[in-house]
Write a protein that binds this ligand. Structure first.
Ligand SMILES: NC(=O)c1ccc[n+]([C@@H]2O[C@H](COP(=O)([O-])OP(=O)(O)OC[C@H]3O[C@@H](n4cnc5c(N)ncnc54)[C@H](O)[C@@H]3O)[C@@H](O)[C@H]2O)c1
Ligand SMILES: O=c1ccn([C@@H]2O[C@H](COP(=O)(O)OP(=O)(O)O[C@H]3OC[C@@H](O)[C@H](O)[C@H]3O)[C@@H](O)[C@H]2O)c(=O)[nH]1
Length: 389
């Protein structure tokens, strides 16, 4: 922690140091949350994951100021009897573990459903049985498609926020048919949300559910062939970064017409810290965490990323920076998409006073600077390797 001052919660009460069992701590969000907790709070982290590459810098012996506050446990929660003991040792459990890349939802629907529902079940049960607080990571995908998407393209009601803004307590969850296996993830996340909520209602579980709306930033996913499988398909930020690093056109799925709101990971982590440290304001709530001001179509995102990458790398853009591909070609059979995702911010504003700060341009600039610095050399080397004869 930067200084020894006592931290106060939003109601002016001192915050007591916590032990946090963080499952999925080695992933994108987990790595930023661990960093924040170690840098700015006195809390201790029991970090559980199958991988730790993204938090290695926090575990190395020379970061000894943190050595006593973070402990890594290489655990696959599918089958590890140590899990309940670790939940019991902690004051709070945060579950981030999941398969959460859309390319997997329609091609590995069983793994997706098991990961997002079955594997999360014991975590909920251990928290409930042992009277431990749980912060569970769900997703904005539980909203599925907007009501407005079912209206004709030029219908005036499409402009009415009631037909597209997504509200935790009133919006319905609208998924495609069962053959559209894209929705396997959203459906599993919805059922685990319902289970967590029911444990709260029937057994008094103290819970908070987080619905992230496209959090992006450094360390998200992987660059295929560099720190992940060559044939792997990460989420859009890493797909487009990979294309820019390799000087290939960015692939626009079905014309890049879908809309997303992107929030900077560092803004979003502030919201999670408020939930951790203000249980009385966060328990029993479901929170949208996103930035309604950063809405773009995927095509606009591609154009912006191309411009920003040119600026940070000093390379001019290629002649045809984007190319259209069909979703069947890109993701395979059973893909479908959310048309538009604007989070309503009323509840998080009222309970925690949180607001996102960073514009899309600024967050892309810092993220693409990181991508260029981290990967440009490695990509260059990998593409200049002589082909074996
Ligand atoms: N990043 C976003 O914008 C976003 C959006 C919506 C929802 N979410 C949710 O937030 C959570 C974290 O997302 P992320 O972006 O950090 O993803 P991520 O893939 O980077 O992190 C997930 C981590 O969980 C670990 N994990 C998965 N299965 C495990 C298991 N069986 N045992 C132990 N560890 C396991 C993975 O190794 C990985 O490190 C997920 O639940 C995801 O569904 C994220
Ligand atoms: O190369 C690409 C990659 C993706 N896309 C498109 O870009 C959009 C965003 O794709 P992402 O891979 O970021 O994933 P999505 O926003 O659809 O879903 C994500 O949202 C919330 C989380 O739960 C998950 O992390 C993930 O499901 C989609 O419309 C997708 O079709 C492209 O056009 N080109």
């Amino acid at each position: 922690m930067a200084n020894g001052a006592v931290r106060l919660d939003l109601d002016g009460r001192p915050i007591k140091p916590l032990t946090i069992c963080m499952i999925g701590a080695g992933g994108f969000i987990g790595s930023h949350l661990c960093e924040k907790l170690l840098n700015e709070t006195p809390h201790k982290v029991l970090a559980l994951d199958v991988y730790n590459d993204k938090i290695k810098h926090l575990l190395e012996p020379d970061t000894s100021e943190w050595a006593e506050r973070i402990q890594f446990h290489r655990i696959n929660i599918k089958h590890d009897s140590r899990l309940e003991g670790l939940v019991k040792m902690a004051d709070l459990t945060i579950n981030l573990a999941a398969i959460c890349t859309p390319a997997d939802y329609n091609t590995r629907p069983l793994d997706t459903i098991y990961s997002n529902f079955i594997d999360a079940l014991p975590v909920v049960k251990y928290c409930s049985d042992n009277k431990k607080r749980l912060i569970h990571f769900s997703t904005c995908e539980v909203y599925g498609k907007t009501i407005g998407s079912f209206l004709p393209k030029d219908h005036p009601l499409r402009q009415d926020p009631d037909f597209y803004v997504l509200k935790e307590d009133t919006s319905p969850c609208i998924f495609g048919s069962i053959e559209k296996q894209r929705w396997s993830y959203a459906c599993a996340k919805q059922l685990i949300e319902r289970l967590v909520y029911a444990e709260g209602a029937e057994n008094g579980l103290e819970f908070t559910i987080v619905r992230p709306f496209n959090w992006i930033g450094p360390r998200m996913d992987f660059i295929p062939g560099i720190d992940g499988p060559s044939e792997g398909v990460p989420r859009v930020l890493a797909c487009f970064s990979n294309n820019l690093l390799r000087r290939e056109p960015l692939k626009l799925v079905d014309g890049g017409e879908s809309q997303r709101t992107f929030v900077y990971i560092k803004d979003a982590i502030e919201a999670v810290l408020l939930m951790i440290e203000n249980p009385e304001r966060a328990n029993g709530h479901i929170f949208n965490v996103g930035n309604p001001n950063n809405e773009v179509t995927v095509r606009q995102l591609a154009e912006m990323m191309t411009q920003v990458y040119s600026k940070v790398s000093g390379e001019t853009a290629i002649e045809s920076p984007t190319i259209d591909v069909s979703s069947k070609e890109f993701y395979g059979e059973g893909y479908d998409d959310s048309d538009k995702r604007i989070p309503d911010m009323t509840i998080i504003n009222r309970q925690l006073g949180w607001n996102p700060k960073t514009s899309l341009w600024d967050l892309l600039e810092s993220t693409l600077t990181y991508q260029h610095r981290t990967y440009a050399e490695a990509v260059k080397k990998s593409t200049s390797k002589p082909v074996a004869s």
